[in-house]
Design a protein around this ligand. Structure first.
Ligand SMILES: NC(=O)c1ccc[n+]([C@@H]2O[C@H](COP(=O)([O-])OP(=O)(O)OC[C@H]3O[C@@H](n4cnc5c(N)ncnc54)[C@H](O)[C@@H]3O)[C@@H](O)[C@H]2O)c1
Length: 246
């Protein structure tokens, strides 16, 4: 049985979808404290209420726009202050858009990279500072199957940004290894969340015959956060129903 007893976490993008599902699974597996963050404060508070109702764990919520370095610094410092340590950082915040290359202008490109790569990097950098002082920790970043395939329904800035997350994770894993900071990626295929509601993907094209759920991704995020993954760093777990095979 996986347990996150005596561990604390910061989960970004926790207002819904994969982030909320992961946070709920962490709470169900006895995590001792969690800070949830998202730019959408109302939905974030609702997600925290839902976790408290179903597991009894009261999470602290902090609204933040992770594209800003200053906000990332304040957020991680606050999460570490809340518990006196920070064992797990799960980076789920991200944006994508359905469309073609002609839908990408400079603002769209910057928005995607600032949200998916820049913000994630600064959260990781700040977490490194805390984790190094306490003697270790674990970071999990959400990439995407699109990073490898080039994507199918989204504008091309999105898969490129997720490829950057895959590489950044490896760079950070190298930097963190001697400090016992493990850094890994989870790469989902198509998962039913708000992000993908307009995508209209046919489940029959997935080898396992269905679109994934937030809980499918949360299982991988739970394993990587647990002590069962203590010898795993710089790795990527694919959660895609087998679409990487076709
Ligand atoms: N749903 C999928 O099929 C799928 C597939 C592969 C990868 N992913 C990745 O998984 C992660 C979670 O996706 P999801 O499907 O749950 O999407 P979602 O839209 O339901 O959740 C993403 C959350 O990130 C938050 N967010 C976005 N930009 C932010 C910012 N600058 N600051 C703070 N919060 C911000 C949003 O408000 C939202 O609540 C994303 O990184 C996404 O790219 C999703």
């Amino acid at each position: 049985m996986f347990t996150l007893e005596k561990k604390t976490a910061l989960v970004t993008g926790a207002a819904g979808g994969i982030g909320a599902a992961c946070a709920k699974m962490y709470a169900e597996h006895k995590i001792s404290g969690m800070v949830l963050t998202d730019v959408r404060k109302e939905n974030l508070d609702k997600a925290a209420e839902e976790i408290e109702k179903s597991t009894g764990l009261k999470c602290r919520t902090i609204a933040a726009d992770l594209r800003k370095e200053e906000d990332d610094r304040a957020l991680v410092a606050e999460a570490a202050r809340e518990f006196g340590r920070l064992d797990i950082v799960l980076n789920c915040a991200g944006v994508s858009r359905k469309g073609s290359l002609y839908d990408v202008n400079e603002d769209q490109w910057d928005f995607t990279f600032n949200s998916n790569v820049k913000g994630l990097f600064f959260v990781c950098r700040e977490a490194f500072g805390v984790m190094e002082k306490q003697g270790g920790g674990c970071i999990i970043n959400l990439a995407s199957q699109a990073a490898r395939s080039g994507g199918i329904l989204v504008t091309p800035d999105y898969p490129s940004s997720k490829a950057a997350v895959l590489t950044l994770t490896k760079s950070l894993a190298k930097a963190g290894a001697s400090k016992q900071i493990r850094v890994n990626t989870v790469a989902p295929g198509l998962i039913a969340t708000e992000m993908t509601t307009s995508f209209g993907y046919d489940p029959k094209t997935v080898p396992l015959g269905r679109i994934g759920s937030g809980e499918d991704v949360a299982g991988a995020a739970l394993f990587l956060a647990s002590d069962y993954a203590s010898y795993i760093t710089g790795a990527c777990i694919d959660v895609n129903g087998g679409i990487a095979m076709i």
